[in-house]
Design a protein around this ligand. Sequence first.
Ligand SMILES: Nc1ncnc2c1ncn2[C@@H]1O[C@H](COP(=O)(O)OP(=O)(O)O)[C@@H](O)[C@H]1O
Ligand SMILES: [Mg+2]
Length: 240
Amino acid sequence: MTALLSVQGLTAGYGGMPIIEGVDLDVEENAVAVIIGPNGAGKSTLLKSIFALTKIAGGTIAMAGRDITGLATAALVPIGISAVPQNRNVFPNLTVAENLDIGTYAAPPRDRARTEANILALFPDLRAKLGQPAGELSGGQRQMVAIGRALMSEPRLLLLDEPTAGLSPAYLEKIFDLILDVRKTGVTILMVEQNARQALRIADRAHVLVNGRNFISGSGAELLANDNVRRSFLGGGEAA
Ligand SMILES: Nc1ncnc2c1ncn2[C@@H]1O[C@H](COP(=O)(O)OP(=O)(O)O)[C@@H](O)[C@H]1O
Ligand SMILES: [Mg+2]
């Protein structure tokens, strides 16, 4: 089966020395794939490279078998890739509805009202907040706005960079549940996570990135059971 996303030998950075080197990554359709690894490993750089926000020095990126290496971000959104960046991912002075609207610019949905209704069905907390500035929402609700905004272009592949960063444990579980709900609607998920143990529990496939290179890959369960991964990346302890 052709992977929905296939990254091969990707080398990329910001103009100086490459940050990621020779990275391989396949994401199967309708999977939840997770990238973990130490701070500074290049996880965000990898996601940004897939979304054409870095300088690519080598390798290829294909979406559903089509080579998309070198296409601009604005061209990737209509192809079905959407992304939520790690930080500052909502416009705090704009209302929730206006934030959602921004998600339609690069690829207008076929039926805007229906797409928004589908997103509000996933995130019912947002319905009462549509007219409120996004900056007034809780961290977890802002994350929902950011994900909702990314879903407005009806992506096939959603890139999420640390969607649970800074959230309380209760909200963290909620966001992971919501991500699984998004997947149920047919969207494939590739996400970077610092909360590695919890992320591996919901991962069909997981990749550890170290120093900008592939370190180890496997199913979420395999990596949770791997002694080396547990010691180095999950703070030791028993298998979950
Ligand atoms: N915009 C940028 N310009 C130059 N270097 C950057 C930029 N963003 C990140 N880096 C560098 O790339 C490396 C990897 O960063 P990043 O991809 O953010 O790691 P991670 O997400 O795994 O913590 C770091 O050394 C960081 O300083
Ligand atoms: Mg990062």
